[in-house]
Design a protein around this ligand. Sequence first.
Ligand SMILES: [Zn+2]
Length: 135
Amino acid sequence: MEYNALIKELGVEVILFYPTNPESQTDGIYFPDDKIIFVNGMLAEIERENIILHELGHLISGHYRYDCQPDMIHVGEENQADRYMVKSRAEQYLESFDDKPDYVDIHGFLTLFHIKPSLYDMADSVFRQLLNYSN
Ligand SMILES: [Zn+2]
């Protein structure tokens, strides 16, 4: 995954932050006007990358929202950003195969990339799309 190249191309700056409130739910914030993505520096690298991909998903989709706390108001935009992240990871995952795999272990994929299990159906849909399964 060349998200670093994408960040450069988009002119986005990524800054780590360290939450002082342990109850903070926010792991990623992006400011579209300034093109700055803040990522929770306490997370493991692979999880920080997921957050960056999610925020890039917002940016590329043109969302004007900067706080990714889970709520129902912006659930459509959150889904769009999550799908961008999952698709980027799925493409990265498929690069490790010489040929299209006949079967993808979705649970194993989610575990490998530290993606939350609630995105199982989304990941399944993304792989079907990428692999052009007939059903
Ligand atoms: Zn978000």
